[in-house]
Design a protein around this ligand. Structure first.
Ligand code: HEM
Length: 504
């Protein structure tokens, strides 16, 4: 342990003076020979690394995941076998705000979990909402540009945000969730989180099922009103980080229960909508939640930069027994994260301790910037080789997947089963009256500065989800209800055409 007594330079030599530069005479200029001063300034100038393009503001903690129920008939993943206990690291984040943004903004929250399993790292990189705004990777960078800063003013723009959201009707369910009371959680401890996508499991017999992950808070759901959040943000921009840190320091460890929904390959073929569309939910009545285990957070990081800022999660990191699905949005994410991290942290970012697997890592990757682990010494660096060094393990090959159809750019809106408003309408209909009122008021406040054409576009979508939802939003936003009903009878393309001009 460092005794904090002796200051040294970066290669361990003692530093004689850390306050007074070496000058030529008592009132003269600084000399180049003050190499300690040069080192200090040069290091400081390079301390900032790029922030994550989205999810830039975040907080992390360590803990364990324990399996309490038996789902071994679906998956052979060791991390999901009854009784298994696995160390985890979680990073919670907001999405749109930059690294210095306030915690209590209306936004979705990211929840990225790294399971350090005995078969390698499994990263479940999810959010606190069961679905996502959009479903094609092409729309992802645009979504972020629309919710982040306007290129001309440099300010966030409700106009850009609502314009983009309402031009893509598949955003509707997620907009309803974000504008609801759940749009500003009271703390990270008081929210559920979800894998969102459809993933797959395969068992010892190599039989595949599709699955979705749900983690439900044991602390209960608690949210903030706009007014409460405004007051908190004015006083403490790190409110959620402080809450998580102090709960763990006090020994009040937050816990979540993991559940999965399972759909067989046969059920998926006959499902009434695309089960791989991330904007759709699987209704719980049809695909019940099955309990899996408990996740507890119980240790704070020792150093924010080393462990939280440098943490790197990727949906591409799965272990045998857990796989991907044809979800086209998930497929895009499989490339995006590692690519971002090679830029943000460097090609060897998985050597950073928080990202390192706790199992043996035997790969043929070599060299690259910041290779700090000995680079496998004299071990063979190519494969195949005659030295008997690390060979692939066909026994963990996942089962083949039948696909059908010609290669093409399919628009999901052309699929006759596609209904962008069913999930939002279902959600509206299960809300209690006070929650409905909060949703209507939050939406009206959030959209207030936006031009009427975009408000009408959203109102027509609300009406299509549920006529009561549409009428109440139209009234709260000061819109003409009859006009909204007429707009709701148009096709999506006609509605967009009719609401393009802000003069309407
Ligand atoms: C095609 C769609 C998506 C793309 C291209 C994408 C891309 C990215 C990228 C590049 C990062 C920054 C990674 C880094 O610098 O370490 C990121 C962060 C993140 N994304 Fe996505 N994302 C997508 C969709 C989603 C979805 C659907 C979810 C939730 C289910 C999600 C959850 C997260 C979370 C939680 C983080 C922060 C991870 C952390 O704490 O380090 N993203 N995303």
């Amino acid at each position: 342990m460092n005794d904090y007594k002796k200051l040294t330079n970066e290669v361990g030599a003692p530093v004689p003076d850390n306050e007074n530069a070496i000058t030529a005479g008592p009132r003269g200029p600084v000399v180049m020979q003050d190499v300690w001063l040069m080192e200090k300034m040069a290091h400081f100038n390079r301390e900032v690394i790029p922030e994550r393009r989205m999810h830039a503001k975040g907080w992390g903690a360590y803990g364990q995941f324990t399996v309490t129920h038996d789902i071994s008939k679906y998956t052979k993943a060791k991390v999901l076998q009854p009784g298994a206990k696995t160390d985890v690291f979680i990073r919670f984040s907001t999405v749109a705000g930059e690294r210095g943004a306030a915690d209590c903004e209306r936004d979705i929250r990211g929840v990225a979990t790294k399971f350090y399993t005995e078969e390698g790292n499994w990263d479940l990189v999810g959010n606190n909402t069961p679905t996502f705004f959009i479903r094609d990777v092409h729309n992802f960078s645009d979504l972020n540009r629309a919710v982040k800063r306007d290129p001309r003013t440099g300010r966030r723009s409700a106009q850009n945000n609502w314009d983009f959201w309402t031009l893509l009707p598949e955003c509707f369910h997620q907009i309803t969730v974000v504008m609801s009371d759940r749009g500003i959680p009271a703390s990270f401890r008081n929210m559920h989180f979800f894998g969102e996508h459809t993933f797959s499991f395969y068992n010892e017999k190599n039989e595949r099922v599709w699955c979705k992950f749900h983690l439900k808070t044991q602390q209960g759901i608690k949210n903030l009103s706009n007014e409460e959040a405004d007051t908190i943000n004015a006083m403490d921009r790190e409110y959620h980080g402080a809450d998580l840190y102090s709960a763990i320091e006090k020994g009040d460890f937050p816990k979540w229960t993991m559940y999965v929904q399972i759909m067989t390959e046969e059920q998926a073929k006959n499902h009434y909508e695309n089960p791989f569309d991330i904007t759709k939910i699987w209704r719980h009545a049809e695909y019940p939640l099955m309990e899996v285990g408990e996740l507890e957070l119980n240790r704070n990081p020792e150093n924010y930069f080393a462990e939280v800022e440098q943490a790197a999660f990727s949906p591409a990191h799965v272990v045998p027994g857990i796989g991907f699905s044809p979800d086209r949005f998930l497929q895009g994410r499989l490339f995006a994260y590692g690519d971002a991290q090679r830029y943000r942290l460097g090609v060897n970012h998985n050597l950073i301790p928080v990202n390192q697997a706790k199992t043996e890592v035997n790969e043929y990757h070599r060299d690259g910037a910041m290779r700090v682990d000995g680079n496998y010494g004299g071990a063979p660096a190519y494969t195949p080789n005659s030295m008997g060094a690390w060979t692939a393990q066909p026994d963990v090959m996942e089962p083949p997947l039948d696909l059908e159809g010609a290669m093409y750019r399919y628009d999901p809106k052309d699929d006759p089963t596609d209904d962008c408003f069913r999930a939002g309408g279902d959600l509206w209909r299960v809300m209690t009256e006070d929650k409905k009122e909060i949703l209507i008021q939050n939406t009206a406040d959030n959209i207030a500065s936006v031009t009427p054409n975009i408000k009408y576009r959203h109102a027509a979508h609300c009406y299509l989800a549920d006529p009561e939802y549409g009428k109440r939003f139209a009234k709260a936003a000061g819109l003409d209800v009859d006009k909204m009903i007429k707009l709701s009878q148009l096709s999506n393309a006609e509605l967009i055409q009719a609401t393009l001009s802000s003069d309407m």
